[in-house]
Ligand binder design. Sequence first.
Ligand code: ATP
Ligand code: MG
Length: 392
Amino acid sequence: MRVAIVHYHELALKGRNRPFFEQRLVEHLRGALKDLGLRQVQALHGRIRVELAAETDWDVVRGRLAQAFGCTHFFLAHAVPMDVAQPDLEPVRTAAAVLTGRQAFTTFRVSAKRADKRFPWTSMDIERAVGEHVCATTGKKVKLKAPDLTIYIELASKEAYVAVERHAGPGGLPIGVSGKVACLFSGGIDSPVASYRMMKRGCRAMFVHFHGRPFVSRASEEKARDLVKILTPYQLVSRLYLVPFGEIQRQIVLGAPAAFRVVLYRRMMIRIAEELARREHCWAMVTGDSLGQVASQTPQNLSVVEEAATLPLLRPLIGMDKIEITGEAQAIGTFETSIEPDQDCCRLFVPPHPSTKTDLDHIRRIERHLDIGALTKQGLEAAESVDFAFPR
Ligand code: ATP
Ligand code: MG
């Protein structure tokens, strides 16, 4: 029988929360694999056992598990009968010989683990017994350091797992164990990485994109949608709010000195996003700010923007530089979409010399001339939402 054995690490350290974390990962895996003819998903001895149907495509399973936060590594394995009350290694030896018979290699080693410690053998006893059998049947040599092939064996109370494939998972915590957050999502390089980082820490992400319509084309919106599509496999369902911001910007432009526009735009975005965040029961907002990267991200301006928020404002990239962020965007597959040309609303009505040292009292005085309540309402009323699901 074919199974995937999913391992987690941080989860196992969470003491009393462990059943909750495990259950969340089990539910996530059920959803992530639901279209693949999967039979059963269950937590078992600090692992998750996923029973696959005979026709299930392992390559697809591998891709899905590689995007399941909380999973540190996994095996695509064959399950054979085992009984801790009547221990017998024969089925494991046979399965190892059959599996290795299908592989091209010259050197190998065996790596065994006991999920149930009541077996009468140590891990090394198991490795030796299986290794000898594989040597005898295939004529291949054991090499402990850097072998061509590793045979992985795990013994549970009622079953043993034999695998020659071990893959890395993304790590982190299962989606949902850290609540829900609202990500300010521009379509640039940084905000998808910031969202990814919070998702990896167990947050379900909701996305809010401000676009420049009616003054610019739909390009930034299309990018935001495409980027949400890339991130959705990590959380299976996503909601993206699209908020027309061009008219709000125009009113800010009319009522405020040019140098302060960008900070005023950001404060308006925060207020509108916060209202959407509350409706969606988010506990925090997330931005892709990185300290000092552009004029809106100086210490003074970050502070002034933050002051418009009452929910916590999380900035997971604050200490990263652009090269690091770009590397991460490439690794998660958002980079190519992020760099497509668009008409970002932030470039609309942007002054040539934005203030880098905005003073909060000064900004408050300027905002007195704007009807902040009405502008917020205007954004909220025009907001549209789009839902995404994976697998479709
Ligand atoms: P990014 O690459 O994420 O666009 P950036 O380097 O261009 O970031 P800014 O344009 O100053 O930096 O934006 C900082 C953060 O403000 C973004 O990461 C995002 O969280 C938020 N933000 C900016 N513009 C928008 C927008 N149009 N819609 C939603 N959020 C935005
Ligand atoms: Mg940007």
